[in-house]
Design a protein around this ligand. Structure first.
Ligand code: MG
Length: 280
C-alpha cells in the first residue's frame, strides 16, 4: 500500500459510521469497521461481509469492539460505562471481545481495537491490576488469531498510556491514536502526546476538535476536519516524523444528519488528499 491510504470509520450493521454505499461514493480504499452485533459474527455472516467489501474494493484495517450499556453522555459517565474498565461487566465484555477477535479473523483482519475505558490512575490498586490482567488476556487471545490489539487514545495522557502498555507486557499491544479525543477529554496537546508515544502508534483517526472552556470537566467540541485545534498539517508532519505510513481513517459521526456527515467526510477526504500531496 502507498503511504497514508485514506479510510473512513464504517458501520456494517452496528455502531456509528458511514454505511458501505456512502463509503463507495467517497472513493476511499480502506475502512475501519465497528464489529457487527452478536449473532452476526459467525462464518456465514463473515462470508457475506467479505463479499460486500470485495465488491466495494475495500480493505478492513481494524475491527472496533463496542458494548451494550456504553454511554458518552458526559466525561464521568464515560468513566463508569466504557470498555473493560467497569468491573461489573468486565468478564462478559472480555468474552465478547474474544468473539469479536474471532470475527475479525474470519474477515482476514489483523487488527482489533477498542476504547478500553478510563484506566484507573492509581497503579498500586487491585482495580488497576485487574484492568491490566484483562487487557493481557485479550492480547493473548488476539495473538492466537495473529492479531494486534490497538487501544484508542483519549482519556489518558501519553505517559500514562505508555506505562499501562508496559505493565500489560504483551508484544501485540499498540495504539490507535485519535488526536481530537485528547482535546475533547481535555487531556493534553495531541501532537505533544503523539511524539511521546509515536513508537506505539499503529493506526490513527483523523478527527478534529476545539478545547472546552473548562477542559476535563466538560466536553470539547468536535468539528469538521481542518476547522479545529488539532492542526492537520502538523498532525501529518508529525506522523511522518514518527515514521507512520498506515491508513488515515476519518472518523466523523453525525447520525442525526447523514447528509451533513457525508458532506463533511467528503471535505475531509479532500483536505487529506491535498495535505498528502503538499507533504510529498
Ligand atoms: Mg476515535
Amino acid at each position: 500500500m502507498d503511504r497514508w491510504p485514506i479510510g473512513v470509520f464504517t458501520s456494517i450493521d452496528a455502531g456509528l459510521g458511514l454505511h458501505l454505499p456512502q463509503v463507495r461514493e467517497l472513493g476511499v480504499r480502506t475502512v475501519q469497521i465497528h464489529a457487527p452485533h452478536r449473532g452476526q459474527r459467525d462464518n456465514e455472516h463473515a462470508e457475506k461481509i467479505l463479499t460486500m467489501l470485495d465488491q466495494a474494493n475495500l480493505t478492513v484495517t481494524a475491527v472496533f469492539g463496542g458494548f451494550k450499556g456504553e454511554s458518552y453522555a458526559d466525561i464521568p459517565t464515560v468513566g463508569r460505562t466504557i470498555g473493560l474498565v467497569p468491573a461489573e461487566t468486565r468478564e462478559e465484555r472480555l468474552a465478547e471481545m474474544f468473539d469479536i477477535s474471532s470475527f475479525a479473523r474470519r474477515i482476514n483482519c489483523n487488527v482489533v481495537a477498542l476504547h478500553l475505558g478510563r484506566v484507573p490512575h492509581d497503579h498500586n490498586t487491585s482495580e488497576y491490576q485487574d484492568v491490566v490482567d484483562a487487557t493481557r488476556q485479550l492480547c493473548e487471545y488476539c495473538a492466537k488469531n495473529d492479531q494486534n490489539l490497538h487501544l484508542e487514545t483519549g482519556q489518558e495522557p501519553a505517559v500514562a498510556l505508555r506505562q499501562f502498555i508496559a505493565d500489560v507486557k504483551s508484544s501485540n499491544l499498540f495504539i490507535n491514536f485519535d488526536p481530537a479525543n485528547l482535546i475533547l477529554y481535555g487531556v493534553e496537546e495531541p501532537l505533544d502526546a503523539l511524539k511521546q508515544i509515536g513508537h506505539l502508534v499503529r493506526s490513527v483517526h483523523c478527527k478534529d476538535a476545539r478545547w472546552a472552556k473548562n477542559p476535563g470537566q466538560e466536553w470539547g467540541e468536535e468539528v469538521p476536519l481542518g476547522e479545529g485545534e488539532v492542526d492537520m498539517e502538523n498532525y501529518l508532519r508529525t506522523l511522518d516524523e514518527i515514521g507512520y505510513q498506515g491508513p488515515l481513517t476519518i472518523e466523523r459521526e453525525i447520525p442525526q444528519d447523514p447528509d451533513r456527515q457525508q458532506r463533511e467526510i467528503s471535505g475531509a477526504v479532500q483536505l487529506l488528499e491535498n495535505l498528502k500531496s503538499s507533504l510529498r
